[in-house]
Design a protein around this ligand. Sequence first.
Ligand code: GTP
Ligand code: MG
Ligand code: ZN
Length: 309
Amino acid sequence: MSTTPMRIIASYGHQFLALTLDKRTDMDASAYIQLVARGKKQGYAVGDIVNVTPTSNNQGAIESLQERRNHFYRSEFNKQKNLAANIDQVAIVCATEPAFSEELLGRALICAEVAEIEVLIILNKVDVSDKLASARATLSLYPQLGYPLIEVSSKQADSLDTELKPHLAGKTTLLMGQSGMGKSSLINALIPDVQLKTREISSVLNSGKHTTTFTRLFDCDINGQASDIIDSPGFEQFGMAQFSLSQIQHAMPEFKPYLGQCRFHNCKHLQEPQCAVLAAIAEGQITEKRHQFYLRLMEQLDYYDHARY
Ligand SMILES: Nc1nc2c(ncn2[C@@H]2O[C@H](COP(=O)(O)OP(=O)(O)OP(=O)(O)O)[C@@H](O)[C@H]2O)c(=O)[nH]1
Ligand SMILES: [Mg+2]
Ligand SMILES: [Zn+2]
């Protein structure tokens, strides 16, 4: 039997919803096809194009995965958590309150660098003015590393028009970040009727909670251009067990000019003599804060032990 290509537009555990490629997510929920995955260990991600054998009007079985342009995921204890595939950018949403974790931001940035996906950092809830200064102070480093940073409030439509929409128009964007940062609120403010759609999907996938429990793609029109925005559940950890030391070093933009410049070709930039990275820290080209972050990642990767003399 021949298969039909479909795009996965929602994932919840091992359940997936998809649409045939001619349909958009703003159509009524009867167009959604519920997919069963046949034994692929690594699973599928929202944004994946899969070849499906229809099993009934609104159900199908995934037979194979079409080649991905890219794939964004994290790994906890060797378990791969798929976030999205075939995206143009990752927007990491931080907020003035509750306070965000700079560690998680840093980890998400590493992940995006390794996957070679563009990044946008969003500081949301700038209407909470008493927390604004400290959030700004924490984030001020990141534009210097090359990451665009915008400030918005999902409660202030003009900030979305001037700051956010130009970054989203015509692109597929994954919104990610800790719980409570306002990812879903931003989508609600950007796309009319989306709350209703979310309720429909929630009822299909048996999840009625306020906090986002599944990853969900919305296609929409932004500034006259077809755009996709993917909402995802907040995370409180960000495992990166999948990466090598070299991948992490190359994912630190400010390290890059110095890699290969150290005395030892396998320098881990811990305390080695004539280390170009340590020299750059002494000269103020790399911040102590980011080097500490790097050391914590190394420790987690278990490289630290090997490097001790
Ligand atoms: N003051 C203020 N509150 C906001 C803003 N955006 C969102 N909130 C509030 O922040 C809370 C969390 O918002 P959500 O949109 O559910 O956050 P989320 O990032 O989707 O959270 P998860 O789905 O759990 O990952 C809600 O009570 C929102 O009303 C904002 O711009 N300003
Ligand atoms: Mg949410
Ligand atoms: Zn070095």
